[in-house]
Design a protein around this ligand. Structure first.
Ligand SMILES: O=C(O)CCC(=O)C(=O)O
Length: 300
């Protein structure tokens, strides 16, 4: 074990998530915040989301509002090094073994007073694989509490089916909680100070509410999987060659022999016309659990 003890590993297998307060130092958090400010710099030059930045619906150049920094690992040497550090990869190796491939990375900004919700979903619904040794490691850069839209999970949901993430016959990247018999009161909020690191299993049902508080909740996710988990027709999975796929190896050895497990999957197709980010995809959900800023404004 590099980062976790056996009880923590068992907890993860039983519940589908972990929260590790104090996993990263204040120094790393302070450097990360500086990088976030640097990467946020060009939001006042753009009107629409691009390859680097996803904008809130309420964004204008005069009042720039970033919803997500896309691929911080490609935009910043700091965030790439953090991903490759033992703090992060050691944690992943404790849970899914020595051979690890990256899926993607993103930094959800969830800014004070308007930061968008992420509706309830299972990551595996977006990117089904041949086995489910697939995890997302979250890093909290602001104190995350009940007021500023903490990551929420349904414990044990990773042992159940992949739920219906479609709405009106189109992939909507989120579930109708009531239709799936989930009650928000049973969700666990992963609170903790800046520097907390979370892990959730790709089948764990999770989401987070609109941030109506006066405090930001910036959180980065590194998503990765065992190297022998191969993609099955996903929402955004496109590879030109095995070399292209292998370029995503983070540590250990690659393989040409996918491990096939008896895991539930659904195919996230057809895609909606606007599918540039999870927020755009989830706009198609007719029964969202969390209010959006636009809906709250319309009701007042
Ligand atoms: O930012 C969050 O709280 C949830 C993030 C998430 O699940 C996602 O971006 O897919």
């Amino acid at each position: 074990m590099e980062c976790l003890n056996r009880d923590q590993v068992s907890f993860f297998h039983d519940n589908g998530y972990l929260a590790l307060p104090g996993h990263l130092s204040n120094d790393i958090v302070a450097q990360a915040r500086q990088e976030i400010d640097r990467l946020s710099g060009h939001a006042d030059d753009i009107d629409e989301s691009d390859d680097l930045i996803d904008l809130e619906e309420s964004h204008t150049r005069a009042a720039p509002r970033i919803r997500r920094l896309k691929r911080p690992d490609l935009q910043s040497e700091f965030f790439r090094s953090l991903m490759l550090s033992d703090h992060i990869l050691g944690l992943a190796r404790d849970l899914i073994g020595p051979d690890i491939r990256m899926h993607t990375a993103k930094l959800n900004m969830k800014k004070a007073q308007y930061g968008a919700p992420v509706q309830w979903h299972q990551d595996f619904a977006f990117y089904p694989h041949t086995n489910d040794d697939v995890i997302a490691i979250g890093i909290v850069f602001d104190d995350m509490d009940l007021e500023n839209g903490p990551l929420q999970v349904f414990p044990g949901s990773h042992k159940g089916p992949i739920l219906d993430h479609h709405s009106g016959g189109v992939f909507a990247g989120s579930v109708d909680l009531a239709a799936e018999n989930y009650d928000l009161d049973d969700a666990v909020s992963l609170t903790g100070p800046a520097g907390t690191v979370t892990v959730h299993h790709a089948r764990t049902l999770h989401g987070s509410a609109l941030n109506t508080s006066n405090r930001d909740r910036q959180m980065l996710f590194y998503e990765m999987m065992a190297a022998d988990a191969f993609p099955i027709m996903g929402a955004m999975t496109r590879f030109d060659s095995i070399a292209d796929y292998d370029s995503l190896m983070l540590c250990g050895k690659t393989t040409l022999q996918p491990r096939l497990e008896n895991v539930p999957i659904r195919i996230p197709q057809p895609q909606p016309a606007r599918a540039g980010s999870i927020y755009e995809i989830q706009a198609g959900q007719s029964a969202p659990a969390y209010a959006t800023l636009e809906k709250m404004k319309a009701e007042t």
